[in-house]
Design a protein around this ligand. Sequence first.
Ligand SMILES: CCc1cc(N2CCCCCC2)n2ncc(-c3ccc(F)cc3)c2n1
Length: 243
Amino acid sequence: METNEVDRERVPKHVAIIMDGNGRWAQRRHLPRIAGHKRGMNVVEDITMAASDLGVRVLTLYAFSTENWKRPTTEVKYLMSLPSRFFNKFVPNLIANNVQVRTIGDSSQLPAETQRAVKQAQLDTATCDGMILNFALNYGSRAEITTAAQRIATEVQAGDLDPAVIDEQVLSEHLNTAFLGNEADPELLIRTSGEERLSNFLLWQLAYSELAFTDKLWPDFTPADFRAEIMAFQQRHRRFGGL
Ligand SMILES: CCc1cc(N2CCCCCC2)n2ncc(-c3ccc(F)cc3)c2n1
């Protein structure tokens, strides 16, 4: 049965998004690339509210990859100012909607001001027990898995871990997403701008996820587009009287 409403009983618990197309959006309008990133930041708040309203438990957003350092210095500098801009503008609304901010990735390499803003936002929202808004910052999945392997090997070497007990659960517990427990693996990945690649994002966690690719550029992605992706996900999982 087709429907034009989201079934709130079957909303994916964890949704991950690769927010692509910001530079292209600006170029099509003969604007500087950073105009696309600025617009994209406002879309982050719109989609965060839409996801929270639908009852999504975890929303993971790929904000800055380990590969993004290769971009022009001026663009990286602007990107690194966005967390502060985001929180100055949206923290009151996040708290009003009980949204908790978390991050994954190696934040130690970010500028001090960026780290400060992110740490402050996590402190300000630590008691919120609604949706978790999880920013992937200076994140790379292969680096995450490599670090997990190194940590497991160190525990074995120290005699704290028997190699015989190393299973998928043990590896998951050593990933950045371990704090998400049973909700660490996204049920749905959305990537905007028409690119159909994972780009070193959550490679372990996405093993069984539905992958949705839309041609919409991130700055043009609306709450209605987000709800349409959730409905499409539910259509893929529609029950025909079975389990
Ligand atoms: C650090 C790069 C970056 C880029 C970026 N863009 C640019 C590229 C993607 C589209 C969205 C806008 N956003 N948008 C929000 C944040 C943000 C990150 C952490 C945080 F705790 C709060 C907000 C952000 N961060």
